[in-house]
Design a protein around this ligand. Structure first.
Ligand SMILES: *Cc1c(COP(=O)(O)O)cnc(C)c1O
Length: 381
């Protein structure tokens, strides 16, 4: 089955009791048993829910895995993966990691004796230098946020395998339409389904997919034991969002390509970060591991100040000033004062995140209108 068919059909059957073509929202906490221990496979809704299981099977198919495990948010999914570790274990990840994941590793799991190392993951030697006998997990994110660096998934997974280390790829920015890390050797792939999978900015949800039965069993155990399960209505919304994933991401990528070119040619813009450009350091790599270059674009202004960045963002009308990404509507954000405000300025500058850096999550509106919106906002500089 190809991707556009999978999003609509994989793991999804009409409801056997009624024939309803859409997976019903099974809003129930428990299931009636015929006699003690004799039931239809469902006992209690933290453990099993048919709406959730349908979504888990669909997600497994989209990521070319065998098992999907859903959570109440992307962070709950990250939390479950980190719970595969024990005190004394070490994690290596990227130095421009999603802030919430960085916080969870350092401020929460740090208290339980798990140690994190954060290195520029575009340099494989920097990863290798941090590996020791306690290294149990390598956490990959690509493309990265907000600098849009590309990490070589296959090379990092090969290195990890050599040392018997688990790998998990946060695939939120790419979506399975653009990138399927399990095919490149990753053990686990993770999503904040809040973003492209849900796609309509109306749900918070997370998921992990694997094709390793042992890892899946351990994650189902954690899912049921810790209980960070999504509600059935949220699972329904993600299932519905996924049905148009391929069309949405394709259009968003087309828009991003045109907008990145417009920005590059604009006299007030100094630098554009977009892996689709031939001179982007990760361009060739992106061509090998992604099916398009994604719909996230970051850029800086010649007037490289916090004020200039904020002036642009306060003057767009179609691009809404908000955190998050991956919805049908375009968003604009200013990492130095929003998502990355807690990072010291020197550290920010060291990774190229200068004061005027603006990040776009390009939506699926008409590109001409989006460009006109940016053009008008630049007039205020
Ligand atoms: C949003 C996001 C998360 C966290 O997901 P939530 O659904 O907000 O909990 C994790 N990783 C990445 C890359 C994200 O963008």
């Amino acid at each position: 089955m190809k991707f556009g068919t999978k999003v609509i059909h994989a793991g999804i059957e009409p409801d056997p009791s009624t024939g309803a073509i859409m997976t019903p929202i099974f809003q129930t906490s428990t299931y009636v048993q015929d006699s003690p221990g004799v039931h239809k496979g469902y006992e209690y809704a933290r453990t099993q829910n048919p709406t959730r299981i349908t979504l888990e099977n669909n997600l497994a198919a989209l990521e070319n895995g065998t098992h999907g495990i859903c959570f109440s948010s992307g962070m709950a999914a990250v939390d479950a993966v980190l719970k595969l570790l024990k005190s004394g274990d070490e994690v290596i990840s990227t130095n421009d990691l999603y802030g919430g994941t960085y916080r969870l590793i350092t401020k929460v799991f740090g208290n339980f004796g798990v140690k994190g190392h954060f290195v520029p993951m575009t340099d494989i030697e920097k990863i290798e230098a941090k590996i020791n006998e306690n290294t149990k997990l390598i956490w990959i994110e690509t493309p990265t946020n907000p600098m849009l660096n590309i990490v070589d998934i296959k090379a990092v997974c090969e290195l990890a395998k050599k040392h018997n280390i688990l790998t998990c790829v946060d695939n939120t920015f790419a979506s399975p339409y653009l990138q399927t890390p399990l095919d490149l050797g990753a053990d686990l792939v993770l999503h904040s389904a809040t973003k492209y999978l849900g796609g309509h900015s109306d749900v918070v949800h997370g998921a992990v997919v694997t094709k390793n039965k042992d890892l899946a069993d351990r994650l189902y155990f954690i899912q049921n034991s810790a209980g960070a399960v999504p509600g059935p209505q949220d699972c329904f919304l993600v299932l519905r969002g996924i049905k148009t994933l391929h069309i949405r991401v394709q259009r968003a990528c087309e828009n991003a390509r045109v907008i990145a070119a417009f920005l590059k040619a604009h006299p007030k813009v100094s630098k554009v970060f977009y892996p689709g450009f031939e001179d982007h350091p990760g361009h060739e790599l992106a061509k090998t591991q992604m099916r398009d270059f994604g719909a996230m674009v970051s850029f800086t202004l010649h007037e490289d100040t916090l004020e200039a960045g904020s002036k642009v963002m306060s003057n767009t009308h179609l691009f809404s000033l908000a955190e998050s990404l991956g919805g049908v509507e375009s968003l604009i954000g200013h990492p130095p004062t929003m998502t990355h405000a807690s990072i010291p300025r020197e550290e920010r500058l060291a990774v190229g995140m200068t004061d005027s850096l603006i990040r776009l999550s390009v939506g699926i509106e008409d590109a001409d209108d989006l460009i006109a919106d940016l053009k008008a906002a630049f007039e205020h500089l």
